[in-house]
Design a protein. Structure first.
Length: 288
């Protein structure tokens, strides 16, 4: 691994070496985790309120009871199992997806039990609350989860490459015959790998892993979009014209048509330089 040219530009290195940029990034990380914890706490409070109102309201319908239990407890149990199998603490891209998968069903459960309680109590004020509360719940949790992700990842800065997080970027897709929103191609920057993911079927994802320590150059270029950015099983995949990251590694070159290509390239350079330095240390070399 000795003798490789570091993909980190001098300017980015100076920003990180002075320590202030890294401290700022870690501060953003702490704020994002605090917002995420607030969203989780809100969900637990809603669950507690749902259980309380469930017993106080005494729903007459067996179906209402069953729906309230399933929508209130089911998503929470699924989320716990998912977190045990694949924790999302270091994957900001999963925060909103997993959070909304619990928030929306919880709102339905809360609406059912609060409506039942208001009917049982015979209070017009309670009826109004039962209608507004689920909407407020969804809005509040979505706001917290969105803010947590944005504070951490927007804007993309070089020092984010030093944080223990995976950065996921959607490709600016322009797949022929498919609307852009239906194309789930992504680029994931992990601690040691850059992974290109292309969805080839509803339940099938093709992956191209690139070792960060094998990257020799990271550039940003304007591409027309007329040439495919990726070919999977003989099928060409296209992207919208614009700035793209071009990664040169030991096995070839890979284009990454991601939003904020310049910012992503800076983060990638920092993380690739760290991976190169670690690999050089293992090989008994002294990084430059």
């Amino acid at each position: 691994m000795c003798g490789l040219i570091s993909p980190t530009p001098r300017g980015a290195s100076m920003k990180i070496e002075n320590g202030r940029a890294e401290r700022a990034a870690r501060s953003r990380f702490r704020i994002a985790r605090a917002l995420l914890l607030a969203a989780i706490t809100l969900g637990l409070l809603v669950l507690a309120a749902t259980i309380t109102l469930f017993w106080m309201g005494h729903p007459d319908s067996v179906w209402s009871r069953a729906i309230a239990v399933v929508t209130g407890l089911g998503p929470v149990a699924v989320l716990v199992l998912a977190e045990l199998r694949s924790p999302s603490r270091r994957r900001p891209a999963a925060w909103l997806v997993r959070g909304s998968a619990v928030t929306v069903p919880q709102a339905v459960a809360l609406w059912l039990v609060s409506s039942s309680y208001s009917a049982h109590a015979g209070s017009g004020v309670t009826e109004s609350v039962s209608a507004i509360l689920p909407i407020a719940l969804v809005g509040a949790q979505f706001a917290l989860l969105t803010a947590a992700r944005r504070i951490l990842l927007q804007p993309l800065r070089p020092e984010l490459g030093l944080l223990p997080i995976d950065i996921t970027m959607r490709v600016r897709a322009s797949q022929r015959g498919m609307p852009a929103v239906a194309v789930m191609d992504q680029v994931v920057l992990e601690d040691e790998l850059l992974v290109v993911l292309a969805q080839t079927a509803p339940a099938t994802v093709w992956a191209l892993p690139i070792q960060l320590s094998n990257i020799t150059a990271v550039d940003v270029r304007h591409v027309s979009g007329r040439e495919p950015w990726l070919t999977v099983d003989g099928h060409e995949r296209y992207a919208v014209a614009g700035e793209s990251v071009v990664v040169t590694h030991r096995a070839g070159t890979q284009e990454l048509p991601v939003p904020d290509a310049a910012g992503f390239a800076e983060v990638l350079r920092v993380r690739a330089a760290r991976a190169e330095a670690r690999a050089a240390t293992v090989d008994g070399c002294v990084p430059n």
